[in-house]
Design a binder for this molecule. Structure first.
Ligand SMILES: [Zn+2]
Length: 359
């Protein structure tokens, strides 16, 4: 992860992991935190341990949660734990040993009883991936725990989901199908009926601040900002790469002085369009909340920029701006001319500030 470029603050470093071998795992990066020690993941982790110890693990488990809440890391940690032959039972720090033969295979990406299925960026999980899983699990093994980790299961194509369903209906002995998804509703009902759901808690803002400060040594301001922005990798404790402050200031500048449009576009160009779209939407929600008389969700650094916006704009502007920002977000990954796309956005946002009769 790159360091923060222009926020004017030193980017905090993630704590160095104690077991360097984990970093070699080709299947997934070592999480920058200890899963069992994360307060809002701990109850779910204990539930998983309890199911295993009581030998009541179902064949299918669906872990649900928004990206960035640690659900994926929880599933991976549990897969590590199950496959390890000498797991370390240190309360609150339970983990795979990293040294037994099973851990060595896993860390080399060649454990015969671990299959990881995940979609490529922006694509579905196709039937070929599930067929490969079926073939792997068709090989008879004795007494082995087998784990199929299916990440972002909502990306399963229709035919892939049907194939997976057959496996779930007649699971090979000792197998566990560990699915992660953002929302159960986006999975076929037939799959949902074959898996047990587990929904880890969502951290409160305050719990997340505290944790970021303790775990990653962030200042209170940075912790507040990071949890406000709700970046997908918030748990890494890394401040965003782009200049979030310039993005927010650019919006205020546009409103104060539309003639500054070219310089604002230039500033916004420093941030990838999908990130810019996400941040502007987040800021827009905060502006709407402030105007509605709700407590400002933004940290002080941003609040001083958002309050003038909230004081001057009307609820009507909000609705128009929402449509503009959604339209921008929907095309954020399209290969458009960067400068033209941002100029169009800035002009649309300026127009949203005009009274309705001029629109
Ligand atoms: Zn081990």
């Amino acid at each position: 992860m790159a360091q923060s470029k222009s926020s004017g603050r030193a980017s905090p470093r993630a704590r160095v992991k104690e077991e360097p071998a984990e970093a070699l795992n080709p299947l997934w990066p070592a999480p920058p935190f200890e899963v069992p020690a994360v307060p809002w993941l701990r109850p779910a982790w204990q539930r998983l341990l309890g199911l295993q110890q009581q030998q009541r693990l179902p064949h299918g488990l669906l872990l649900l949660g928004a990206p960035g809440q640690g659900v994926l890391e929880l599933a991976r940690h549990f897969a590590d734990w199950l496959l390890c032959t000498q797991p370390i039972h240190d309360a609150g720090h339970e983990r795979a040993c990293g040294n037994c033969p099973a851990c060595h295979w896993r860390l080399a990406g060649s454990h015969p009883d671990l299959v990881v299925v995940r979609p490529e960026e922006g694509r579905e999980i196709g039937i070929a991936e599930i067929r490969a899983l079926i073939d792997t699990f068709a090989i008879t093994r004795q007494g082995a725990v087998r784990v199929a980790l299916i990440e972002q299961a909502e990306q399963l194509s229709h035919s892939a989901a049907n194939s997976l369903l057959k496996l779930l209906e007649e699971p090979p002995p000792g197998s566990l199908f560990l699915l992660t998804a953002t929302s159960a509703e986006r999975l076929p009902a037939t799959i949902r009926s074959r898996v047990q759901r587990l929904v880890p808690g969502i951290p409160s803002d305050q719990a997340l601040h505290q944790w970021l400060m303790q775990q990653h040594g962030l200042s209170a301001d940075d912790a507040a900002l990071l949890s406000f922005l709700g970046e997908p990798n918030v748990l890494s404790g890394q401040m965003p790469e782009g200049d979030w402050l310039a993005v927010a200031e650019g919006w205020l500048t546009l409103w104060q002085n539309p003639a500054a449009l070219p310089s604002v576009v230039q500033r916004w160009q420093s941030v990838p369009r999908p990130v810019l779209a996400r941040w502007l939407l987040r800021l827009w929600i905060a502006v709407a909340e402030i105007r509605a008389g709700l407590p400002s969700p933004a940290p002080a650094t941003l609040d001083r920029i958002l309050r003038p916006l909230a004081a001057q704009e009307s609820a009507l502007d909000d609705q128009k701006r929402y449509r503009i920002l959604i339209a921008f977000a929907q095309t954020a990954t399209h290969p458009l001319n960067e400068e033209l796309a941002l100029e169009r956005l800035a002009m649309d946002l300026i127009r949203a500030d005009l009274p309705e009769r001029l629109d």
